[in-house]
Design a protein around this ligand. Sequence first.
Ligand code: C2E
Ligand code: CA
Ligand code: CA
Length: 382
Amino acid sequence: MNHQNKKYQPGDIIFHGGDQSDCAYIIEEGQVEIFVESNQAIIDILNEGELFGEMGVLDQSPRSTSARALTSVTLLEVKTQQITNRLAESDPIVKALVGVLLKRFRSMLPDQQLSSVNNQLLNQVTSVIEQSGFSKFKLENELRNAINGKEVQTVFQPISDIQKKCIAGFEALSRWTHPERGFMSPAEFIALAEETDLIIEVGDLVFNRAIEMLTKLPEHVFININVSAKQLDDKQFLNRVLKKAQTNGVNPKRLKLEITETLVVDFNLARKWLDKCRKIGFPVCADDFGTGHSGMEQLVELDFDVLKVDQVFIRNMFKNDRYQTILKTIAQMAINLGAKLVAEGVEGEQEYEFLKSLNFDFGQGYYFGKPMSEKDALNLQF
Ligand code: C2E
Ligand code: CA
Ligand code: CA
């Protein structure tokens, strides 16, 4: 049991200034007064539903004020662990902001309420959280500048026709080399971009480059592009892409949009989005297929044009027979549903042959080619 209700009579002290902080409180019933014991100065009067005592819990320092029940009071205790766990899991920027607020609040209190030891502890805690949060702010700024300065590159990885063993298309992937940190993993900087609206700008950059690239490629070659949740929410996104494709004379069928299963939280919304894509002519692929929790339900509810089977199935197919069984089942299911099938992460000849025997349509992976610059991609044989 992490928390419990505590009852107090009018006038009861809930905690004294200087007490060690071990929990915060939410007022379930009654009224509480926060005051300074030395001069009885009242700092605040709090009512039902309000939280107090959280300051000391956040930085683990003793109570800086006292609290007294003004009426009959019922309090819900929130233990230190519950708050610190949440804070530990929270975004570094949130942590930094909490740290700054704490520091400001404490600096407003009279000196004698803060022993030098606690001040030191507080400074240590705040400097650690400020550093982690502010370095993230800094990185976010640098990413923004890199996007504006077109330093975020787009590379293209071949997607091959498995039966004919020739290039059918590419997946466009983003790359960012940080001036000091060097190569940044897309998983890391795309996640950072997704936390803000920066992903819209990354997305537009990739779409514009892919459309330009398509004007230089043979008509039968397509490009797959990763689409994030925020782009789906942006009402103008699909129209912007369509307009760009039209002005460049590119058939929307050649731009395939990849969305991951985890992104589909609301089937009704996703279905509307898929219908809109279909009307415009953009095919939609289920990326990382088989890794989400809602795989089967998603297949019933959403009519994807392409299923991109996640790398984990390909990587393990010769390590564990059950992966082969699942791959065979997925292949049969895709045929029955009329969806095209892509295998991701194909690295060897043996994997290729097995996927071919299962009638997979396309394959992507180091076996066919690594992600490469636009120039290298255009030099390939089609
Ligand atoms: P993803 O969409 O699943 O992309 C495939 C990832 O697998 C790429 O990693 C690719 O380089 C890697 N890969 C391809 N073939 C092989 C192989 O044979 N073996 C192995 N081990 N790996 C292979 P990358 O480029 O690091 O991208 C990681 C993820 O970041 C992507 O996963 C995608 O979700 C995201 N991402 C990358 N660029 C963009 C972008 O422009 N926009 C969005 N929204 N997401 C992006
Ligand atoms: Ca993808
Ligand atoms: Ca994938």
